[in-house]
Design a protein around this ligand. Sequence first.
Ligand SMILES: Nc1ncnc2c1ncn2[C@@H]1O[C@H](COP(=O)(O)OP(=O)(O)OP(=O)(O)O)[C@@H](O)[C@H]1O
Ligand SMILES: [Mg+2]
Length: 250
Amino acid sequence: MSKAKFLIPQNSKSNIKNIVAVMSGKGGVGKSTVTALLASNLAQKGFRVGILDADITGPSIPKMFGIKARAEVSGGFFVLPQSNGIQVMSINFLLEEESSPVIWRSPLVIKAIKDFWTKSAWGDLDYLLIDLPPGTGDVPLTVMQTIPLKGMVLVTSPHDVTVMIVKKAVNMVRKVGIPVLALIENMSYFRCPCCGQDTFIFGESKVKEIARESGISATAVLPLDGEIAKLEERGEIYQYVLPQDVSRII
Ligand SMILES: Nc1ncnc2c1ncn2[C@@H]1O[C@H](COP(=O)(O)OP(=O)(O)OP(=O)(O)O)[C@@H](O)[C@H]1O
Ligand SMILES: [Mg+2]
């Protein structure tokens, strides 16, 4: 499985230093949350950041950042909405209403993602993060083969079923020839707001073990924190300050 022959270079309106996709294989483990938190963490550190929301049928990035705008087209390029300096491209910005469903088969979904890549005016960015949909199917494969990625961040959780599926995703990414930059365990622990004690609600952390087995050098853990869910509901995820600086792992 090769990627080189399908790669589409950056367009004339983009100058991006690092392009990193966020994947898991498993649904609902927090890919979009991790993408949003990584983007916020990088932007808080002064980096110029963008997010390409590659989840066409289940976009959640606009809601997390409270963006309801439409993507205007100027000179054949999308002028991108932003929040706290983070530029975003998502299918929601092209829909009449954010609740309108996108009922498309794979070829149309793939075309939308390629359009997002070729027609978005990102300008100068330090990081472009790509939020992938669940699974190891058409969309992750297309992103890996057409967008010149620096590498992939894999999201896992302590649940056994997640671990099994994440290992599949790691193997897929390697087969396509993309470097795995980091493994992030989401919902790793819960810190009691009263006594500060950490509880491993979904079982002991497995991130170090998977990383060792898979030869992934960088890991991070994120807490299960009601504040994250609350800020996402309010469209204010940018406000969340991570307990550890993750900007260096990507
Ligand atoms: N660390 C966390 N603490 C609290 N809530 C979280 C955390 N991570 C994710 N959530 C919540 O879990 C839900 C699923 O998260 P998210 O949408 O990021 O997952 P996903 O992997 O992107 O899902 P999908 O596979 O549908 O794209 C959201 O409601 C989110 O607010
Ligand atoms: Mg998601």
